[in-house]
Design a binder for this molecule. Structure first.
Ligand code: CP
Length: 330
C-alpha cells in the first residue's frame, strides 16, 4: 500500500534526478543523481529524524549470506530513522537456503516489504533479485560491487575537502576487488582522479575500467594504473587501503599476504604523499597488514567518519529509492 509523502517535505533536500529502480552498482547513479544523494545524506546527518514520517509503517528486509557489522547495522538504523522496520534475514534460516529460488523469494518479499538489501557472494544473486522484485533492491556487497560503501567514502571526502571534483586519490591493493570497483565508479561520477596501485595478477576489470573512463570523459576525472605504491600516493590527497583477503577467498591468504605486502598503508608510505593526504579504509581492518594502527588511529585517518557516514548515506539511498518506487506504483 503506497504511503503519501508528507507535506513537510517542502523545502527539504530531495533527489530530483534519475533515481534508479535498484542500487546494484555505483554506475546505476548518474553523476547528478549521486551528487543529490550526497546532499540528502548530508542533510540527514544533520537532522537524523527529519524524515521519519515519510515511510512510517514500511519495512525493509536485510538479507545477508555473509557477515557484516557496518552495512547491516547502518541499513537497519537508517530504516528505523525513516519510520520503517528492518527485518534481518539469514539465508540459511529462509527457504532460500533450502531450495526456493531467488526469483520466487523476491516476488513474495515484494508483497511484504518496501525494499530488500542483499549481501551475497555472487553478484548474479542481486541481479536475479532485482529482476524479479517489484521493490527496490540494494546491493549490500557482492563479489564485484559495494556501492553503499562508496557513497559513504565520497561523503567523508566531501566533508573533509569541501568538494570532490578534481580531488586526487590512490587505491592500494587488489584492483579487482568489489571496494575498488565501486570506488573507481564513484571517483568517475565525482570527477576525481584515481590511481590504482596493484600487483601483477590483481587487475581491475577492463569493462569496469572502460565504463568509468566513459563517465570520466563527461565529469573530467581520470584513472591510471600502476604497480608502484609510491608512485600512486605521490600526488594523492586520499589514500585508500583495503583488506588483503576477502571473505570469499580465505584459501588465498598466504599468497595475498606476500603479494600485497608492498601496498601496506603506513607512515613510511604516507611520507611520500602530499602533506594534506588522508587515509581511507572501508573496515574491517586487519591492523598491521593492509594498514597500520599508527595510520588508522592517527591524525590523517578519515576512516571513522567513513564508517559513520554509512548511516546517513544508507538513509538517503533507502529514502530516495523507496519514495520513488511508491510514486511509480501509486
Ligand atoms: N565496510 C563494510 O561493508 O563493513 P561490514 O562488512 O562490517 O558491513
Amino acid at each position: 500500500m503506497p504511503h503519501p509523502i508528507s507535506a513537510s517535505d517542502a523545502g527539504r533536500p530531495a533527489v530530483t534526478g534519475k533515481v534508479p529502480d535498484d542500487l546494484l552498482r555505483v554506475s546505476d547513479l548518474d553523476p547528478e543523481t549521486l551528487a543529490e544523494l550526497l546532499d540528502l545524506a548530508a542533510a540527514m546527518k544533520q537532522e537524523p529524524l527529519g524524515w521519519e514520517r515519510d515511510l512510517r509503517g514500511g519495512a525493509i528486509g536485510c538479507l545477508f549470506e555473509k557477515p557484516s557489522t557496518r552495512t547491516r547495522v547502518s541499513l537497519a538504523t537508517a530504516a528505523h530513522r525513516l519510520g520503517m522496520t528492518a527485518i534481518v534475514l539469514n539465508r540459511d534460516e529462509m527457504q532460500l537456503g533450502h531450495g526456493e529460488t531467488v526469483a520466487d523469494t523476491a516476488r513474495v518479499l515484494s508483497s511484504y516489504l518496501d525494499a530488500v538489501t542483499v549481501r551475497t557472494y555472487d553478484h548474479a544473486t542481486v541481479e536475479q533479485m532485482a529482476e524479479a522484485a517489484a521493490i527496490p533492491v540494494v546491493n549490500a556487497l557482492s563479489d564485484t560491487h559495494h556501492p553503499c560503501q562508496s557513497l559513504a567514502d565520497l561523503l567523508a571526502l566531501r566533508e573533509h575537502f569541501g568538494s570532490l571534483a578534481g580531488l586526487t586519490a590512490a587505491f592500494l591493493g587488489d584492483g579487482a576487488s568489489n571496494t575498488c570497483n565501486s570506488f573507481l565508479a564513484a571517483c568517475a561520477a565525482a570527477g576525481m582522479h584515481l590511481t590504482i596501485a596493484s600487483p601483477q595478477g590483481y587487475p581491475t576489470d577492463p569493462d569496469i575500467l572502460g565504463e568509468a573512463r566513459e563517465v570520466m570523459a563527461q565529469t573530467g576525472g581520470s584513472v591510471a594504473l600502476t604497480t608502484e605504491p609510491v608512485d600512486a600516493v605521490r600526488t594523492a590527497q586520499a589514500v585508500y587501503a583495503e583488506v588483503w583477503v576477502p571473505m570469499d577467498k580465505p584459501h588465498e591468504r598466504d599468497e595475498r599476504a606476500v603479494r600485497l605486502a608492498p601496498y601496506r598503508v603506513d607512515d613510511a608510505l604516507l611520507a611520500h604523499a602530499p602533506r594534506e593526504a588522508v587515509a581511507l579504509h572501508c573496515l574491517p581492518a586487519v591492523r598491521g597488514e593492509e594498514i597500520t594502527s599508527e595510520v588508522l588511529d592517527g591524525p590523517r585517518s578519515l576512516v571513522w567518519n567513513q564508517a559513520a557516514n554509512r548511516l546517513p548515506t544508507a538513509q538517503a539511498v533507502l529514502h530516495s529509492l523507496v519514495t520513488t518506487n511508491r510514486r511509480r506504483i501509486a
